[in-house]
Design a protein around this ligand. Structure first.
Ligand code: 5AD
Length: 345
């Protein structure tokens, strides 16, 4: 029965909620295997064996927000806080460009230091110095006016995970002032402004049920973001979720496959969180349907401080220093890291 649902998904690229729930409830290893095969088959005519790399620059671990799952939440006193200057940021881009990166992802906490007046000239400079590169921002919730200014200054893409598409679950993960409705509005807003938008969620976040995951997939199949970021939840010792169980790498891989079958064109990273739980996470991720990796270009001294969760992988193939190893690992399984902006096709 579940197998027929997979076949239907491969044909119609959407399912009703009950069917998603059925696919997500205790999948057999055969079903997960079938999902991988279909995912790889559907990706082939669009992206072939190409893997896109994105240079991740963690610009600041200062955050005025307080998400219960996140290690850099403002209530965590045990974080050594940093913020990159415009010059440091440009150096990361220069370095990344030399290594073949054609997308820079500026990611950070919701740090009030990075005003539009600070960011816009910087984006223009990146755009002028590296005209062959795409600029992705991942700076959390701002305002419509700000999103517009940043877009006009040269940003092309915006990553803002929806985290969960169920309002009650959203409230279990976030402080009272954050709102599920607003989050969804920001996502539509970003799309309307012309960004290629990324949404996504953590697999196995505290309180998550099969019904929540089915709601996430229903949201994603309607919204059709250009990018979908998912990774296992991993507890961080100084957060309210310190004692919660980590998400499962196997379930993450299965969800990567389902997402690829649902949305064959999507840009889908094998995330650092997956690599943190699985030493060959990038390889397994690609074999499950992913086609993007985001190695870290940040100054090495900052990477450990940007600890959203414990034991974050940040030295091996997760970093610019590990790029050769990443290429080798991808080649081993028949894939090729390409020098390309890797736009949504
Ligand atoms: N485990 C896994 N992922 C996390 N994120 C934040 N904290 C954690 C954690 N403890 C994810 C969130 C956020 C993205 C930047 O990182 O989904 O959107």
């Amino acid at each position: 029965m579940a197998y027929f649902l997979l076949k239907r998904l491969a044909k119609e690229h959407q399912l009703v909620r009950e069917d998603w729930e059925e696919l997500l409830t205790s999948p057999s290893s055969e079903l997960m295997h079938d999902a991988q095969e279909l995912a790889v088959q559907l990706r082939e005519p669009i992206y072939g064996k190409n893997i896109f790399i994105r240079g991740l620059i963690e610009i600041s671990n200062i955050c005025h927000n307080d998400c219960y799952y996140c290690g850099i939440r403002r209530s965590n006193p045990n974080v050594s806080r940093f913020r990159l200057s415009a010059d440091e940021l440009m150096t990361c881009c220069e370095n990344g460009h030399k290594f073949g990166f054609r997308t820079f992802v500026l990611q950070g906490g919701e740090d009030d230091f990075y005003t539009d007046d600070f960011l816009c000239p910087l984006l223009q400079k990146i755009h002028n110095n590296f005209p062959d590169c795409a600029i992705t921002l991942s700076l959390g919730e701002r305002s419509s006016a700000s999103y517009r200014r940043l877009f006009d200054a040269g940003a092309n893409r915006y990553l803002l995970r929806h985290e969960t598409a169920t309002a009650e679950h959203y409230a279990q993960l976030h402080p009272s002032w954050m709102s599920y409705t607003n989050r969804m509005l920001w996502l539509s807003d970003l799309k309307t402004l012309g960004y290629q938008v990324g949404a996504g969620f953590m697999v196995g976040s505290p309180g998550q049920t099969v019904a929540h995951l089915a709601a996430d997939l229903c949201f994603l199949q309607n919204f059709r973001p250009a990018m979908i970021g998912i990774g296992p939840f991993i507890s961080q010792q100084d957060t309210p979720f310190a004692n919660e169980k980590n998400g499962s790498a196997e379930q993450t891989l299965y969800l990567l496959s389902l997402i690829r079958i649902m949305h064959p064109h999507v840009l889908l990273p094998a995330t650092t969180a997956l690599n943190t739980l699985l030493s060959n996470g990038s390889q397994r991720g690609m074999q499950a349907g992913a086609n993007v990796v985001m190695p870290n270009l940040s100054p090495a001294s900052c990477r450990e401080k940007y600890a959203l969760y414990d034991h974050k992988a940040c030295t091996g193939i997760e970093s610019i220093e590990g790029l050769e190893l990443l290429k080798k690992q991808m080649a081993e399984i028949g894939y090729k890291v390409v020098i390309d902006r890797g736009d949504y096709q």
